[in-house]
Write a protein that binds this ligand. Structure first.
Ligand code: HSE
Length: 437
């Protein structure tokens, strides 16, 4: 094949990178190793011009002359057409991307925190200049989910999505469930395997999943959704006992990002642990794998599954974006855009309806169960199942409710806490999927 056939588009596309950590170094290595083939797929010659890092050190397989400690020299360089941002964090990433857009460069980014907080500003600026922002790697690593949501489902109406979008917490919950291992012990392993964020609190407390939930909700419901709109609870309160109760009821505990339209056409978006029935497709997503289960009016149910964390899987998503965006640059065009025309309201968490499992330690004496049932009834919460395990002087009662609002449940828990015969509420966990017969 002669070069003219290979690159039907004459304009070479020059790439600058911001950051070279776990993900960035893989992107640079894979891009350089495959540059001929990726150029052929793009239809234009790709060149990696420069990489900005905080401190210059040797990077295996990468030429030291590629590196600079001045990221502005990249975003202000008129020779550079495309910026890959893999530095993470809000600043200076936001300022650098804004400057790059101002200078007519298209962006490929993996920065979920930035998109979930300042996405609207970045999209507005990019579209005003006729530039792309692609961010497949920002949600669920290697899994193609952003472009399917934005492009492939552009002809449909999404009504609900549920996702396992954090690899670290899924890894921890899987090992607790399958190997009865303690939380802290598995967390260390997940860090060593390179799944966890620099500060693992972002994983454990659900901040990382909340940012991804905001991004997916915006795409699904054509509305700007920020991380502040997402109700969030992490997995740090989940105990081995919770996991074993879930197991005994044929459920698994998963940290889910859930986003759905309410009957009032509001968006209910939340991240919290869920007891999920084993029959649900997401229940079989183990270890650091991610999956997003999407329900759309015409398409029905779809599930996207794959590796959600780690250098090479995330680099795969970035390089896919690079090929698409570089082709637009060479053709002087842009891809499909985010839309916010629906401008839906966010539903208050109090109005969200779910089933709940409540585990209580109670005194062992006559009338306790009746009094507890009355407390639920007084708040309008209907009980689906009750299970009691007696001991000498106390008992553990496990109750699963029918659908109730968060507000009703909160009031029930407060009323239970005020009862003398209730010694302790061990846990309150939301339940999804069928209950065992
Ligand atoms: N810390 C994240 C996770 C990495 O565990 O999924 C990918 O965003």
């Amino acid at each position: 094949m002669n070069p003219a056939e290979k690159y039907s588009l004459e304009k070479p596309v020059r790439i600058g990178m911001l950051g070279c950590g776990v993900v960035g170094s893989q992107v640079a290595r894979l891009l350089l190793a495959d540059i001929e083939e990726l150029s052929t797929r793009t239809g234009a010659k790709l060149e990696l011009s420069r990489i900005a890092v905080r401190t210059i050190k040797p990077y295996e397989g990468l030429d030291p002359s590629l590196f600079t400690t001045d990221p502005f020299s990249i975003v202000n360089d008129p020779q550079i057409d495309l910026i890959i941002e893999v530095m993470g964090g809000i600043e200076p990433a936001r300022e650098l991307i804004m400057t790059a857009i101002e200078n007519r460069k298209s962006i490929v980014t993996a920065n979920k925190a930035l998109l979930a907080s300042h996405g609207a500003d970045l999209f507005t600026a990019a579209y005003a200049k006729g530039e792309d922002i692609y961010y497949e790697a920002a949600v669920a690593g290697a899994i193609p989910i952003i472009r399917p949501m934005r492009d492939s489902l552009a002809g449909d109406h999404v009504v609900r999505l549920m996702g396992i979008v954090n690899g670290t917490t899924n890894y921890i919950l899987t090992k607790m469930h399958e190997d009865n291992r303690e939380f802290d012990d598995v967390l260390k392993e997940a860090q060593a395997l390179g799944y966890a964020e620099a500060d693992p609190t972002a994983d454990i407390e659900g901040f990382d999943a909340a940012a991804k939930a905001a991004i997916l909700s915006g795409l699904a419901f054509h509305t700007r959704v920020t991380v502040d709109d997402v109700y969030r609870e992490g997995i740090s309160k989940i105990t081995l006992e919770d996991v074993s109760v879930a197991k005994s009821m044929n459920h698994v505990i998963k940290l889910l990002a859930i986003s759905e339209l309410t009957p009032k056409d509001e968006i209910s978006v939340r991240v919290h642990p869920v007891m999920l029935h084993r029959s649900h497709p997401l229940a079989s997503v183990r270890d650091a794998y991610n999956a997003v289960f999407v329900e759309a009016e015409s398409a029905g149910s779809l599930m996207f599954y794959g590796r959600g964390a780690g250098g090479a899987p995330t680099a795969s998503a970035i390089l896919g974006d690079v090929v698409a965006v570089a082709r637009h640059i060479a053709l002087n065009s842009v891809g499909q855009r985010e839309t916010d025309y629906a401008d839906r309201d966010i539903a208050p968490i109090e109005s969200t309806k779910t089933k709940f499992l409540i585990r209580l330690e109670v005194q062992e004496k006559a009338g306790v169960l009746a009094a507890i049932a009355t407390t639920f009834a007084n708040q309008g919460v209907s009980i689906q199942t009750v299970n009691q395990t007696g001991r000498d002087f106390d008992a553990e009662v496990t109750i699963v409710t029918h659908q109730a609002t968060e507000g009703e449940l909160k009031a029930t828990v407060a009323a239970l806490n005020a009862m003398e015969m209730v010694k302790h509420i061990s846990s309150v966990i939301r339940v999804e999927g069928a209950l065992p017969a």
